[in-house]
Design a protein around this ligand. Structure first.
Ligand code: HEC
Length: 143
């Protein structure tokens, strides 16, 4: 086998393996270039940054999947919000989907008298983690 053919063969077999792992779905979500959150396209690089921030700063309480049952979350009162619910009791209109400005203020100020404290994060990290937590809720994921 020539080198070109060999590498093409390797590429083909690994694609087949990926298709098999993904249950023959079209494009795995990790390979999409963006995600649409409430009608706004968010680049996957922003989402990846948000996931890193989430894992470092939020997972302990809100949990791996956002269910609010992180290792520390299960011990807290009030319990951390289940971020998959897409319902935010502290938002100005708890039934509507809040905008990014709401989440930004939430992270800057925290929620008084609860374990949800203010976070010292730079703007781009706040923006990214906000997109990430929205991506955990089917109410935001419109496509
Ligand atoms: C020390 C535990 C803890 C950590 C860490 C934490 N949270 Fe929370 N969070 C809570 C608790 C507890 C609540 C619920 C407060 C309540 O019900 O009044 C909450 C509520 C929320 C809410 C719901 C706001 C609303 O309108 O009801 C959002 C959104 C949120 N957290 C996002 C985050 C993000 C993003 C991070 C990481 C940057 C984070 N939290 C880190 C404990 C935590």
């Amino acid at each position: 086998m020539t080198r070109a053919v060999a590498s093409r063969f390797a590429a083909l077999t690994s694609c087949a393996a990926i298709a098999w792992l993904a249950g023959c779905e079209a494009t795995p979500s990790s390979e999409r270039s963006s995600i649409t959150l409430n009608g706004v396209d968010v680049p996957s690089a922003v989402l990846a940054r948000g996931e890193r921030v989430y894992r470092q700063r939020c997972l302990l309480c809100h949990g791996e999947s956002g269910d609010g049952k992180g290792p520390m979350g299960v011990k807290l009162s009030p319990p951390p919000l289940d971020l998959r619910s897409g319902k935010y009791p502290h938002a100005p209109d708890p039934n509507a989907l809040p905008d990014d400005a709401y989440f930004d203020q939430l992270l800057v100020r925290g929620i008084e008298n609860t374990p949800m404290q203010p976070f010292d994060l730079e703007h781009d990290d706040r923006h990214a983690v906000i997109q990430y937590i929205k991506s955990l809720s089917p109410r935001f994921v419109t496509k």
